[in-house]
Design a protein. Structure first.
Length: 236
């Protein structure tokens, strides 16, 4: 899979989300964090706002539900403009059934893992999901420090995804920046969620482009070998 950049509007100006989304129209997905104040201590937006964002967004919405009882509420986020709905394994009572319901409704189903949740718990789910979201910070707030063992979890998630008979995206959410993104990609991520790195930049559009370049790693320099000598023949 090619690397995809998904700016998180959690770090955008909530007073003008439409304008914020237009600033990152050169990204690939719009990451929408839905928090209920119960599963996580923060409270953000709900389905009516997501519906309106889907009508306005220049990009497909990637909805990340940090909520209690996703078995009940996740299907309500299958809305126009929404490409994928990701729920937390820690919150779902019947994750296989929920993933099946989401996919049958016409969106991709993702499962998110908190930093302390082992990747191997998804082994029986890989045939039912389209994305694994590795949280590299504790869910609930933007701008937190990156948890270093997330690199290992990305490796594990990539290995697990390759056991499926269909493509599974490996997403990383938390602490992405220009300095870290190439290492995240090498570890296995192919979707990078970036919030404060993008919307905290002076030019979010340019920052998305810079993250995409950084994800590709350094370009090889010119050859250091000897330059070819002059061709044989008459000199001028």
């Amino acid at each position: 899979m090619s690397i995809r950049i998904a700016p998180s509007i959690l770090s955008a100006d909530f007073a003008n989300l439409e304008a914020a989304m237009t600033l990152v129209a050169n990204a690939d997905l719009m990451h929408i964090d839905v928090m209920d104040g119960h599963f996580v201590p923060n409270l953000t937006i709900g389905a009516p706002v997501v519906k309106r964002l889907g009508e306005l967004s220049p990009l497909p919405l990637d909805v990340h539900l940090m909520i209690e009882d996703p078995d009940r509420w996740a299907p309500t986020y299958v809305l126009p403009g929404v490409a994928s709905v990701t729920f937390h394994l820690e919150a779902a009572r019947a994750p296989v059934r929920l993933a099946q319901v989401l996919r049958q409704s016409g969106v991709k189903a993702g499962v998110a893992l908190n930093p302390a949740t082992p990747v191997h718990l998804l082994e029986d789910l890989v045939s039912e999901i389209d994305a694994i979201l590795v949280m590299s910070v504790e869910p609930g707030f933007g701008g937190q420090p990156f948890i270093e063992h997330s690199y290992s979890k990305l490796h594990q998630a990539r290995d697990l995804s390759q056991q499926a008979d269909h493509p599974i995206a490996v997403q990383m959410d938390g602490g992405a920046n220009r300095e870290r993104i190439a290492k995240l990609v090498t570890a296995g991520a192919d979707v990078i969620v970036a919030g404060s790195a993008v919307f905290g930049a002076a030019d979010p559009t340019a920052e998305v482009a810079a993250l995409r370049r950084a994800a590709e790693g350094p370009k090889p320099g010119p050859s250091s070998g000897p330059r070819p000598g002059p061709r044989p023949g008459r000199q001028p």
